[in-house]
Ligand binder design. Structure first.
Ligand code: LLP
Length: 448
């Protein structure tokens, strides 16, 4: 197979690494904006079809910086933040505080006070204890704070255990059957305005049945909540979690957002009828499905080494395609810039980005430079067998949860993030230097 020189938004990968260094996170601004618009429009169109409206929050935890918050704002999305730090970024980007949703299962009192004082549109209450904290912060600030109650609907989303969030035995939200009591407690506070339930069943979900079942269960609670409130419950937030394809093998499995939107709107309309309540306004919080595929990470190959598989346990693995050997390709980053393979066994795809090659494809594993064997960037893929030191590799779909989960393991500085658009690149998040990392160490002053 022959690989052309890779271009991202009309900029050559090699030009990007020459200018900004390696490894490098690259975001295609046009792709991110287009996708944000597409997801927002699909969800809003379907909401209108069932006679309501929808707010689409971009889940900043996937990847947030001032520039990206600004793009999302310009594309008509609200922003969901999960910490005081993310809140500060959204505010610095000029996002209207009323368009910010604030999440977290353990927001500090200081974070709550900051959010209330900034005029954050909605705070999601994760626990009973938080109700009191938010109510008193709102009282102190002389505001009436809009709040949602996060519940877990008991739906077991089929995804990695660490990414499922609405089964019973996990830390987020309150069980749905406790909602009446908790809503009553919320309504007892003059300083709180209860706008509805929130549920996020998990992340990187391909099967839509979990989303549908969860939405139906939530609406099933609305008649009783309506009785308690003495008025219809105006909103329902169904969270995010729409899965994306990381590899071409997943391309057919990943649901189209237009389909998810239609199925969710249908079930909301049906369930509202079934339970005899008005169709509430909807809210969604997609992160990965907006920014994931807009990102690419570029690396430089440092070493390669071939390991015989014959006779080893791997020889029996059908995924290894009956190959006799695996080529380990070491790059200049690794689990410090992409923790997902180590954390979730996530799959990625790789290609050579700096040259064409007609060499016979070899079974490769792209690994990082860190001190553990779980430091894998790409578990398994084929690359031209002449892949060699100095080559630039591109790993696709690294826009979500890569920079945001990055670490300085082994004192490796975080790479910069550049945005590319119309043939030009610019840094949107600065990279770190070894000096900056060294400067964190307190150097003891010698005793006199
Ligand atoms: N809303 C809430 C309340 C969430 O907890 C999350 C993700 C989202 C929305 C956005 O979900 P998304 O649309 O991006 O799937 N680090 C993991 C993903 C953790 C997701 C955490 N919550 C990963 O790299 O796969």
């Amino acid at each position: 197979s022959s690989c052309e020189q890779l271009k991202i938004a009309e900029v050559r990968a090699t030009e990007l690494t020459a200018k900004h260094g390696s490894p490098l996170y690259v975001i295609d601004e046009g792709a991110a904006r287009e996708r944000a618009r597409e997801v927002r429009e699909a969800l809003q169109r379907e909401a209108r079809r069932i006679g309501t409206e929808a707010t689409v929050y971009y889940a900043g935890k996937a990847f947030l910086c001032v520039e990206v918050a600004r793009w999302m704002d310009e594309e008509g999305l609200a922003v969901d933040v999960a910490s005081g730090g993310e809140l500060a970024v959204a505010l610095a980007a000029g996002v209207d505080p009323a368009c910010i949703g604030f999440h977290g299962n353990n927001k500090s009192e200081r974070e709550i006070a900051r959010a209330v004082e900034a005029g954050v549109g909605t705070i999601i209450i994760d626990s009973e204890i938080e109700t009191e904290r938010i109510a008193s912060a709102a009282r102190a600030a002389g505001r009436r704070q809009r709040v949602r109650l996060r519940v877990n609907s008991g739906v077991h989303a089929s995804t990695h255990d660490f990414l499922a969030t609405s089964h019973e035995d996990q830390k987020f939200g309150q069980p749905l059957d406790e909602a009446p009591r908790l809503v009553e407690a919320i309504l007892a506070h003059e300083s709180l305005e209860f706008v509805g339930l929130h549920c996020h069943i998990g992340s990187q979900i391909f099967a839509t049945d979990g989303f549908r079942e969860s939405a139906r269960r939530l609406l099933g609670a609305y008649p009783e909540l309506q009785r308690i409130a003495g008025a219809p419950i105006p909103e329902l937030n169904l969270g995010g979690g729409f899965g994306i394809a990381y590899t071409s093998a997943q391309a057919d499995e990943a649901p189209a957002v237009a389909d998810i939107a239609r199925e969710l709107a249908d079930i909301v309309a049906e369930s509202a009828r079934e339970f005899g309540v008005a169709v509430p306004k909807l809210a969604f919080e997609p992160g990965r499905s907006i920014i994931g595929q807009a990102g690419v990470t570029l690396y430089t190959v440092g070493t390669t080494k071939s390991v015989a598989l014959a006779g080893s346990d791997a020889a029996a693995d059908p995924d290894d395609l009956g190959r006799a050997a695996r080529l380990y390709v070491s790059v200049d980053g690794g689990m410090s810039d992409n923790a997902r393979p180590a954390l979730y066994g996530a799959d990625y795809q790789v290609r050579i980005a700096n040259r064409a090659s007609d060499a016979e494809p070899a079974l490769v594993r792209v690994v990082g430079k860190h001190c553990e064997s779980g430091d894998i960037v790409v578990q398994r893929d084929l690359l031209p067998g002449d892949v060699r030191p100095g080559d630039t590799l591109a790993v696709a779909a690294t826009g979500a949860y890569c920079w945001s989960l990055a670490s300085n393991y082994n004192y490796v500085p975080r790479p910069p993030v550049v945005a590319v658009r119309d043939g030009a690149s610019r840094v949107i998040v600065r990279g770190e230097t070894e000096d900056e990392l060294l400067a964190k160490s307190v150097i003891p002053t010698p005793a006199p």
